[in-house]
Design a protein around this ligand. Structure first.
Ligand code: N0T
Length: 527
């Protein structure tokens, strides 16, 4: 029997999400996959723009491009479809060695109707907008507009059917129906039809889920309007997603404008009311079983809010995925934090040279700014599947420099892990026998790390611009800690490959990560 030359058939099964023990994995080609993403700018969805997209995607070391497909571009005339955009995009993605996440800009884009075809936009009788409380026409398409739903669904289904035909190898791994839905400035539709529904009892499925019956106001109180709008918006999108999945069953997610995680009044109608925001996420989930993930778009520069939003959106029933985050320098460190919180993917927004969305993101994607993202992705891209597999099987923890660079710690198993920032790679700032100038990087908003606890006393550690230390969370008297080994390395064909052992200066003062580095750390205790 000759074992050499046995080719394993490539697994081209459909991408899917798996959840186990409160952790999640995106399965692509039969194996866990970590999305190291870049999202193109809003108007890059034309073949002529792709030459300005691929160089940034390549420089970023992304393995996935997120890019829109607009309703206006595939159905400019009712019932006549044009798929030349995806026909150009999909083969170019393959040539560039990346997967795709397609963003369906249909009924709603940042809550508004801007990407609807003209024949939809113009006809507000057939495709109604919401009414405000005082009866004025609001800019947001109403989720109670049955004809709008049917028209959007027909176009989306045509898109998914076309993808099924042109993409048997699943270059497209996920689809985002609509974009940042909800309503700014009015918490729901106040049309007569919507008011009638609002005055009635909440739907039976929802009543079962929340364990209460009554009107929207009785059950949801001050969150009645946003819960109502969340329910009907989610039902609308779920119907479209389900019809699309009947053609090609890809995982689907929605991207979400999230409220301040510390605001006790969040969900009371301010913000994008009706989106899958954390205060109404249970309602949304009950309404949209075909939407696997409510994924936060994160443009908060400060640590506390960013971390708080990750915590709100990472749940046993909601895989953490960050489909958009600012592309300015200070956002890059949150990659480590998101990984440590179990993210299946993370993607800066605006990753091409066609546009710059400062103040949300960077003024300019200069080499330093792009490099802060690219250096991390360059480390992770070759091992993305190993990371995704191990993070699915084991606990993870993450850090990103806080706003004041103070020390942070977290407990994993019997270990207390500490992250410190802005230090030199040798010595302690508390030393008094010599003068130590502050590290000029101390004031930069950089640094973080993600760890996977591989075993009781073993961690995989990836990070940059941070000093990581390990102590026992509850040491017994006389119990001391040491490193048994610290290996720098990578994975090849699923197996750990050591490049060198770190020791001496490299470990005496903690594990000082400068450039993005991957370490496998084995700890021990002694008396
Ligand atoms: C994001 C992006 C793109 C009153 C912003 C963030 C993307 C969308 N929206 O560049 O537009 O398509 O998903 C919204 C932040 C809102 C701030 C002001 C709200």
């Amino acid at each position: 029997l000759c074992l050499s030359g046995v080719a394993t058939a490539k697994d081209t099964s459909l991408p899917r999400l798996e959840s186990r023990d409160g952790r999640h994995a995106l399965i692509v080609d039969g194996e866990p996959f970590l999305i190291l993403g870049g999202q193109a700018n809003n108007s890059s969805n034309y073949p002529a723009m792709l030459p300005e997209v691929w160089p940034t995607v390549r420089a970023l070391h992304a393995n996935t491009l997120e890019i829109p497909v607009a309703w206006e571009q595939i159905e400019p005339v009712e019932g006549q479809f044009d798929f030349s955009w995806v026909d150009a995009l999909v083969p170019e993605a393959r040539e560039n060695g990346v997967r795709l996440v397609l963003l369906w800009f249909g009924t709603w884009k940042n809550t508004g109707p801007s990407y609807m075809p003209e024949w939809v936009k113009r006809d507000t009788r057939r495709f109604p907008r919401m009414k405000t409380r005082d009866g004025k026409t609001h800019y947001v398409p109403s989720p109670h507009g049955r004809a709008t739903l049917e028209a959007d669904k027909r176009a989306f289904v045509a898109l998914m059917r076309h993808l099924r035909e042109i993409d048997p190898q699943h270059t497209v791994i996920m689809v985002q129906p609509e974009n940042e839905v909800g309503s700014y400035g009015s918490p729901r539709d106040f049309s007569p039809e919507a008011n009638r529904l609002f005055a009635g009892p909440i739907p039976a499925e929802l009543a079962r889920k929340v364990g209460r019956r009554g009107t929207w106001s009785e059950v949801f109180g001050r969150k009645a309007d946003s819960s109502f709008n969340a329910w009907y918006t989610a039902r609308y999108i779920d119907e479209i997603a389900a019809a699309g999945q009947a053609e090609l069953n890809l995982p689907m997610y929605v991207n979400v404008v999230t409220s301040d995680p510390f605001d006790p009044r969040a969900g009371e109608g301010d913000g994008a009311s009706g989106g899958a925001d954390w205060p109404v996420l249970d309602v949304w989930k009950a309404a949209a079983p075909h939407i696997a993930i409510a994924a936060p778009d994160l443009y908060d520069r400060g640590y506390k809010i960013y971390a708080g939003k990750l915590d709100k959106m990472a749940r046993p029933d909601n895989p953490l995925f960050v489909p958009e985050t600012g592309n300015d320098l200070e956002f890059a460190r949150y990659f480590w934090l998101a990984l440590g919180k179990g993210a299946i993917g993370w993607s800066p927004f605006g990753m091409d040279t066609t546009y710059a969305n400062f103040p949300l993101g960077a003024k300019r994607l200069d080499a330093g700014t792009l490099g802060a993202f690219a250096s991390k992705f360059a480390l992770m891209r070759p091992i993305a599947r190993d990371w995704a597999r191990l993070a699915f099987e084991h606990p993870t923890v993450g850090f990103a420099r806080g706003d004041d660079a103070s020390d942070q710690s977290a407990v994993s198993g019997r270990w207390k892990i500490t992250a410190r920032y802005g230090l030199w790679a040798f010595g302690e700032p508390s030393w008094t026998w010599m003068e130590i100038p502050p590290n000029p990087k101390k004031d930069q908003p950089i640094g973080g790390a993600a760890l996977i606890q591989l075993g009781p006393d073993e961690f995989l550690l990836a990070g940059s611009d941070a000093r990581i230390g390990f102590e026992l969370a509850a040491p017994k008297p006389g119990e001391n800690v040491h490193y048994l080994s610290v290996e720098e390395g990578t994975f090849e064909s699923g197996r750990w490959m050591m490049k060198r052992r770190w020791n001496g200066d490299q470990t005496d003062y903690g594990l000082n990560l400068a450039e993005p580095t991957l370490l496998r750390v084995r700890l021990g205790t002694y008396r």
